[in-house]
Design a protein around this ligand. Structure first.
Ligand SMILES: *[C@@H]1O[C@H](CO)[C@@H](O)[C@H](O)[C@H]1NC(C)=O
Ligand SMILES: *[C@@H]1O[C@H](CO)[C@@H](O)[C@H](O)[C@H]1NC(C)=O
Ligand SMILES: *[C@@H]1O[C@H](CO)[C@@H](O)[C@H](O)[C@H]1NC(C)=O
Length: 270
């Protein structure tokens, strides 16, 4: 109990002092695990609408955001297959990412949208606008935007479960399972479009770097996830960071919670 209180206390205090990083540089990658995205939980952000839409196994909408992920949580929630990237033209695409920005938190990035301008690995001059639908915890020291595009390692067996497949290697193994466009034809039909995008537009680039900048979410993306934050008209990306959470009221109430928890922790002698 004491340990739990200490963890809650630390999490709360770090939330008060976390800065919402609105611009910066980082690298990208690709992932697709079929799992419920991390930003599909009610408590993950300041929603105007609701968290990232989830889907049932048959890809119909699942509107109960308390249902656990089909990946390892014994739940029945999967990612919706329309959260794959698509190209508007040769230099511009939309997509959804598994995001991590050191110094910020899910409360900052979940359902925020960012413009990514690619810097290298053949993608120079190309850009995307993405909505952060998921969180990537693989390396919390780096800024990473993993674009959700099918054909990557099925690390939690979520895709095997969803498609009643024994894997057979076609949904990806460790490393880089797909090497050419025609490999996408072995994926379930519902996953082929984003896989083709990976070769046609993303040029199968290996972890290209980019600059990112928060932008107001375009309707094209929020129409897919149904997720709109309540601070869409308040942030200022030119300022680089928002030093405090979106409102001072929220900041003070978090601080008050921290102090109450701290008093509790002292009373319990931890
Ligand atoms: C590609 O689409 C974007 C977004 O609509 C637009 O700003 C840009 O001018 C287009 N580029 C070309 C080369 O058509
Ligand atoms: C690309 O990002 C990686 C990882 O953050 C970094 O080590 C590398 O220096 C970056 N490269 C360029 C060209 O910015
Ligand atoms: C946004 O931030 C920039 C840089 O700090 C500042 O010059 C500008 O006035 C701000 N804009 C608004 C609308 O607050």
């Amino acid at each position: 109990m004491a340990v739990l209180q200490a963890i809650v206390l630390l999490a709360t205090v770090s939330r008060v002092f976390a800065a919402d990083k609105l611009t910066g540089t980082g690298s990208t990658g690709l992932y697709w695990d079929c799992c419920k995205p991390s930003c599909s939980w009610t408590e993950k952000g300041p929603w105007l609408t609701h968290p990232v839409q989830t889907c049932k196994k048959d890809d119909s909408p699942l509107n109960d955001f308390t249902v656990g992920s089909a990946c390892g949580q014994g739940g029945t929630a999967f990612v919706c297959n329309n959260q794959q990237p698509w190209a508007v033209n040769d230099t511009f695409s939309y997509g959804f990412t598994s995001t991590f920005i050191p110094g910020a938190s899910e409360f900052d990035w979940c359902c925020s949208c960012y413009e990514l301008n690619f810097l290298n690995n053949g993608l120079e001059g190309k850009r995307m606008i993405v909505q952060a639908s998921n969180t990537g915890y693989d390396d919390p020291s780096r800024t990473i935007f993993g674009v959700g595009a099918p054909g990557e390692k099925d690390y939690a067996n979520g895709c095997m479960d969803r498609y009643d497949s024994d894997g057979g290697g076609f949904l990806g193994k460790e490393g880089r399972p797909l090497t050419k466009r025609s490999d996408c034809e072995a994926l379930p039909k519902a996953l082929q479009q984003g896989c083709f995008w990976r070769f046609d537009w993303f040029l199968d680039a290996y972890k290209p770097n980019m600059t990112f900048r928060r932008v107001k979410c375009p309707k094209a993306l929020t129409d897919v996830t149904g997720c709109i934050r309540n601070d869409e008209d308040k942030f200022n990306a030119s300022a680089g960071t928002n030093a405090a959470p979106s409102s001072y009221g929220e900041s003070f109430s978090l601080l008050a919670t921290s102090l109450i928890l701290a008093a509790g922790a002292l009373a319990f002698n931890i």
